[in-house]
Design a protein around this ligand. Structure first.
Ligand code: NAD
Length: 471
C-alpha cells in the first residue's frame, strides 16, 4: 500500500489543505493499492501564487540557463525510469513494452525541448521592427491518466523552455506516477516555484486553475467535453489555450493495399495503449470488394492478440484503467450490437480466465455505418469498427465525416497515391503506412480534437506571445 500525502508547492513537498482521500487501484486485479490525499482550491491558489512569484525572475533567464535546467530534469527523470515503469504497469496496467516506451518518453520529451530551444531565435527582425517572443506567464498544465507522466514532462518541457512557470494538475488516478516524476524533478533543483504539482480533482483544482486570473495559459490534454469546460472557464480572462482532446481516427485502407501488412498495422493502430489512446485508429475503412478477405485476416490477427497480465511480455492489451472505464466500453459494445453492427470478433463481458481485473474482449465490429454511435463517439477501449466503402472518394468523405481530426492512417502500396489521399484528410497528423511517432513535428487536432499544437517549435510558441518593438 502506498499512501501519498504530499503535493509540491514552491520547491517543497507540503501537506495539502485538502483532506479528501482518493483510492488508487491496480486495474489488473481491481484491488486497492494505495491512497492519495487530494489538494483543494486553496492549494491550487497557493501553487498559482508561488508560480507567479517565480515568474518575475524566471521569465528573464537566458535560454542557455533553461537548457541547462531541462538537461538536469532529463537526467533526473531518466534516472527514475525503472520506478516510473513499475508505477505505470501497476497503477495504469500498460503492457510492459508500452510501459517501457512511456517511461522512456517521459525523459526524452525533455531532451526534445532542449533541441528545439537550441535552434530557436527569441528575437527576429520584421520590416523595421524587432519581434520579441515573450513568455506568457503562469501556465496551468492539466493531464489525463492514459499517459500521465509523459504529459507532465512534455507540457513542463514546453513551459520551461519558453520561460513560463507552471502549476501542474495531474490526473488524480495516476498519483503513483506523479510521485515518481515529482521526486525526480525536485532532485533536478529548479528555482522554487518554477513548477508546482497539485494532484486534486478536476472540478476543484482543475477548475480553479482554469479560471484564475493569474494563470495566463492552459495546456490541457483530456476529453473534448472537459476541454470545452476549460475553454469557457478561461474565456473571462482570455487565457491562451492549448487543448489536446479526443479522436475517432480513420484508417483508410486503399484498394491496392497489401493486407498481409495492412491488417496487423490497422489492428495495432486500433489497439495501441490497450485502446485507451486519443490517436487510436478506430474506424477502419475497407474497399467493399475486398471486405471478406480483410475480415478473415482481422479475425486471425485479433485471435493472436493476447489480453491479460501486463507484466507478461507476450501481452498486447492490458486492462482498462478503472471500473468506470470498463463499464463505459461495455456499454458501447452493447450499443454496437443494438444498432445492428455485426460482431466479427469479441463482444461483451470479460475474456475467459480474466475475471479479476478490468479486461475487455478485443472487439471488432463490421458492417458499421459511419452514422452509428460506435463510429461517431470515442470509446477509449479496444473496440474497432470496419466500415466498407465503394470508391476512394467515398472513403475520403467518410474519413472526414467526424467531429474529430486528430490523426489518420493511410495504407497503400502506392506512396504517391497515399500522399494524395493524406493531403485531403482533415487531421493534425496523417501516418502513411507507419505507426512511428515524430517528436520534431507538431501534434494536435483539427476540429473538436483540439486547439493548437504541442511538440517542436509550434509547441514552444504555444507558451510565447510575440511583441513588436518599433523604433
Ligand atoms: P478527462 O477530460 O476526464 O480528464 C483529463 C484531466 O482533466 C484530468 O486531470 C481531470 O481531473 C481534469 N478535469 C476534469 N474536469 C475538469 C474541469 N472541470 N476543469 C479542469 N480540469 C478538469 O479525460 P481522461 O478521462 O483523464 O482522459 C481520457 C480523454 O483524454 C480521452 O477523451 C482522450 O481522447 C483524451 N486524450 C487526448 C490526447 C491528445 O493528445 N489529444 C491524449 C490523451 C488523451
Amino acid at each position: 500500500m502506498q499512501h501519498i500525502d504530499q503535493i509540491y508547492i514552491d520547491g517543497a513537498f507540503v501537506t495539502p489543505h485538502g483532506t479528501e482521500r482518493f483510492e488508487l487501484f491496480n486495474p489488473s486485479t481491481g484491488r486497492v493499492i494505495g491512497t492519495v490525499r487530494l489538494a483543494d482550491e486553496h492549494d491550487a491558489r497557493r501553487a498559482i501564487e508561488a508560480a507567479k512569484r517565480a515568474f518575475a525572475a524566471f521569465s528573464v533567464t537566458h535560454k542557455t540557463e533553461r537548457m541547462a535546467l531541462l538537461r538536469r530534469m532529463h537526467e533526473a527523470v531518466e534516472a527514475k525510469e525503472q520506478a516510473l515503469f513499475d508505477a505505470i504497469v501497476e497503477e495504469y496496467g500498460a503492457p510492459v513494452s508500452r510501459a517501457r516506451w512511456m517511461a522512456k518518453h517521459a525523459a526524452s520529451v525533455l531532451l526534445d525541448a532542449i533541441k528545439v530551444l537550441d535552434n530557436y531565435e527569441f528575437v527576429r527582425r520584421a520590416g523595421t521592427a524587432d519581434v520579441v517572443m515573450q513568455p506568457l506567464g503562469v501556465a496551468g498544465l492539466i493531464t489525463p491518466w492514459n499517459s500521465n507522466a509523459g504529459f507532465i514532462c512534455g507540457k513542463l518541457a514546453g513551459a520551461i523552455a519558453a520561460g513560463c512557470t507552471a502549476v501542474v494538475k495531474p490526473s488524480e488516478m495516476s498519483a503513483i506516477q506523479t510521485r515518481v516524476v515529482t521526486e525526480a524533478l525536485h532532485e533536478a533543483g529548479l528555482p522554487a516555484g518554477v513548477f508546482n504539482i497539485v494532484t486534486g480533482r478536476g472540478e476543484t483544482v482543475g477548475a480553479q486553475i482554469s479560471a484564475h486570473p493569474d494563470v495566463a495559459k492552459i495546456s490541457f490534454t483530456g476529453s473534448t467535453v472537459v476541454g470545452k469546460t476549460i475553454l469557457r472557464a478561461g474565456a473571462e480572462t482570455l487565457k491562451r489555450v492549448t487543448l489536446e482532446l479526443g479522436g475517432k481516427s480513420p484508417v483508410l485502407v486503399m484498394d491496392d493495399a497489401d493486407f498481409a501488412q495492412a491488417v496487423p498495422l490497422a489492428i495495432q493502430a486500433g489497439f495501441m495503449n490497450s485502446g485507451q489512446a486519443c490517436i487510436a485508429g478506430t474506424r477502419i475503412l475497407v474497399p467493399r470488394a475486398r471486405l471478406a478477405e480483410f475480415e478473415a485476416l482481422v479475425r486471425d490477427e485479433v485471435g493472436r492478440t493476447k489480453v491479460g497480465d501486463p507484466r507478461d511480455p507476450a501481452t498486447h492489451i492490458g486492462p482498462m484503467v478503472s471500473q468506470k472505464q470498463w463499464e463505459r466500453v461495455q456499454r458501447y459494445i452493447r450499443i454496437g450490437i443494438d444498432e445492428g453492427a455485426r460482431l466479427l470478433t469479441g463482444g461483451e463481458g470479460r475474456p475467459d480466465g480474466l475475471e479479476g481485473g478490468w479486461f475487455i474482449r478485443p472487439t471488432v465490429f463490421t458492417d458499421v455505418r459511419n452514422d452509428m454511435t460506435i463510429a461517431r463517439e470515442e470509446i477509449f477501449g479496444p473496440v474497432l469498427s470496419i466500415i466498407a466503402y465503394d470508391h476512394l472518394e467515398d472513403a475520403i468523405a467518410i474519413a472526414n465525416d467526424t467531429l474529430y481530426g486528430l490523426q489518420a492512417y493511410v495504407l497503400s502500396t502506392d506512396p504517391v497515391a497515399a500522399r494524395a489521399v493524406a493531403a485531403r484528410i482533415d487531421a493534425g497528423r496523417v501516418l502513411v503506412k507507419t505507426l512511428t511517432h515524430e517528436p520534431a513535428a507538431p501534434f494536435g487536432g483539427f476540429k473538436q480534437s483540439g486547439i493548437g499544437r504541442e511538440y517542436a517549435t509550434f509547441g514552444l510558441e504555444a507558451f510565447l506571445e510575440p511583441k513588436s518593438i518599433l523604433s
